[in-house]
Design a protein around this ligand. Structure first.
Ligand code: SIN
Ligand code: FE2
Length: 206
């Protein structure tokens, strides 16, 4: 497993998932999206829609609407509990997190053409001892990660299909985002686009 240091606390594992595992995971995710359909998150207060659509799996899912950001155990539209995190995804956490407890939330971000994600911190979790583990599928995303203050220097990473990125320790609250996709860089998703999965521990273990 090739491990590329990005910034202190952040490591990139290019091509962590094989092509066969990626294809299997896409089939699993299509199934999951039938049980827990993609929804359109809105920015708190302004109600501006995100350019990505989202869903979750795990005991908790991250949602955003006019009232704010939060974790909740059910889908905002269907009211159903989120489906469990598939085994292939849990195996990624076990391989790279270095954390002795399972993740509780797996956020599924679906990027269509033109979608992006502004620089932000992942800071809605109580347990900041666990890293964030991200897995990318489909078209390459031009990702950036910097320090823990807004406006600092950032390091670019081209996250290709099958790549895993871990940020924890001194990078756990690092600002990060996705500027844009590189269209045509993958044939994994039949209509193009990109799926990013972020795994997080939310509550502190007993
Ligand atoms: C996120 O920060 O939620 C997504 C990052 C990515 O899409 O690579
Ligand atoms: Fe994030």
């Amino acid at each position: 497993m090739t491990a590329v240091p990005v910034v202190p606390g952040c490591t990139w594992y290019p091509g962590h998932l094989s092509a066969a595992d990626q294809a299997g995971l896409v089939a699993t995710l299509r199934d999951l999206m039938r049980q827990a359909p993609l929804f359109q998150p809105l920015m708190p207060r302004t109600g501006t829609p995100f350019s990505v659509r989202m869903t979750n799996c795990g005991s908790l899912g991250w949602v955003s609407d006019r009232t704010g950001y939060r974790y909740q155990p059910h889908h905002p539209e269907t009211g159903m509990p989120w489906p469990p995190i598939p085994a292939t995804i849990l195996a990624v956490w076990e391989a790279v997190s270095g954390y002795p407890h399972p993740p509780e939330a797996c956020l599924v971000n679906w990027y269509g053409p033109g979608a992006r994600m502004g620089l932000h911190q992942d800071r809605d979790e109580e347990d900041l001892a666990a890293p964030v583990v991200s897995l990318s599928l489909g078209e390459t995303g031009l990702f950036r990660i910097g320090g823990t203050t807004r406006g600092g220097k950032t390091v670019p990473v081209k996250l290709a299909s099958g790549d895993v990125l871990v940020f924890g320790g001194p990078a756990r609250l690092a600002y990060h985002g996705v500027d844009r996709l590189l269209p045509g860089t993958s044939t994994l998703l039949k209509d193009g686009g990109r799926i990013n999965l972020t795994l997080r521990r939310v509550t502190r273990p007993d």
